[in-house]
Design a binder for this molecule. Sequence first.
Ligand SMILES: NC(=O)c1ccc[n+]([C@@H]2O[C@H](COP(=O)([O-])OP(=O)(O)OC[C@H]3O[C@@H](n4cnc5c(N)ncnc54)[C@H](O)[C@@H]3O)[C@@H](O)[C@H]2O)c1
Ligand SMILES: [Zn+2]
Length: 361
Amino acid sequence: MKTIRVELDERSYPIYIEAGALEKLGQICSEHRLGPRVALITDKTVEKLYGSQTLAQLRSAGVDAQLIPVPPGESSKSLEWLDRLYTRLLWAGFDRDATIVALGGGVVGDLAGFVAATYLRGVRWVQVPTTLLAQVDAAIGGKTGINHRFGKNLIGAFHQPQFVLTDPELLQTLPERQRFAGLAEVIKYGLIHDERFFTQLETTWDGCLEDRKRSSTIIERSIEIKSEIVSRDEREVASRALLNFGHTIGHALEAATKYQHFLHGEAVAWGMLAEAYISYKKQGLTAQDFERIAALLRRLPRPAFPPSLEMEPFLEYIHRDKKARHKQIWLVLLQGFGKAALSGVMEVDIREAFEYLRASS
Ligand SMILES: NC(=O)c1ccc[n+]([C@@H]2O[C@H](COP(=O)([O-])OP(=O)(O)OC[C@H]3O[C@@H](n4cnc5c(N)ncnc54)[C@H](O)[C@@H]3O)[C@@H](O)[C@H]2O)c1
Ligand SMILES: [Zn+2]
């Protein structure tokens, strides 16, 4: 089985990747001596698809496993659901030797991971990501957390899992729109870290997710890149911030449309186009490289730029972003492929990029 290690001293852990890997969950849990008791946290959609299979695997490892479902969707990343999960665990008598298994997309991973980080001052946990976004991004790096009514991901903790089990076969049931949203983060890895990977995406783009071999290669390379970045800077004091390419403008687009118009990855795709445009105008990205980036992003299916979205409310979200300080707005910009750096720009640059997005939809 392909194994990529996230190197973090005593918190290091493996990511196992293989088509059909879910069938080996029991065996791997035994190898990691998990248990004796496991709380399997998932959402109701994923429960229907993979709940019984996963429970059977855990039980085959001699583990006493109990499934706890939450509703699908972002609203489960809440204080209310956190409280319900603590109560379920306490009620069932889970102690400090318990393990939490998160089976689902980024929502389940973030929520179950935060439960694991905080329940009885922290218990062990395992991730089984079931969306492309979670497999290539959310399940790597130990960021866990929930939303607050003041904003997304405001309450959280770093808590690394014992291992991650990534089974690309689970994506067969994932709706196409969700798959393309995950692919935006994949393009991001090529842009910030690896021109060869970007070129590979360009040349093998059509049908890349339908082809099992190509999609496995894409998932593996993405996991390698994110793991490498996280290993160098676990707590995002420096280079991990480069993963935010496309995200400052992407987050503002999501928020200004009240999280109704875009999936996260779709907003990031628009955000990357805008931030690549600013890189071209301000950071020395060549016209030719910018055109390559814009061309690949155009091939990624995503909702149109909303014509009713106005500049001023969008800018307000940009200024609210924690990276905006002293009139300068901090963005990750590209000088070329694999050459990303945090740079300060002015509001006028963002305005120009917004107009560019509007004109290019
Ligand atoms: N911790 C991190 O580093 C990190 C990084 C990026 C994103 N995130 C978080 O991840 C969340 C988004 O994650 P997401 O995009 O995976 O969304 P999600 O977890 O909401 O999943 C999307 C939808 O797909 C369904 N689903 C999941 N797996 C499926 C499968 N195999 N087949 C069919 N349906 C399936 C889910 O039920 C859900 O309705 C956000 O809350 C975001 O903040 C965290
Ligand atoms: Zn993202």
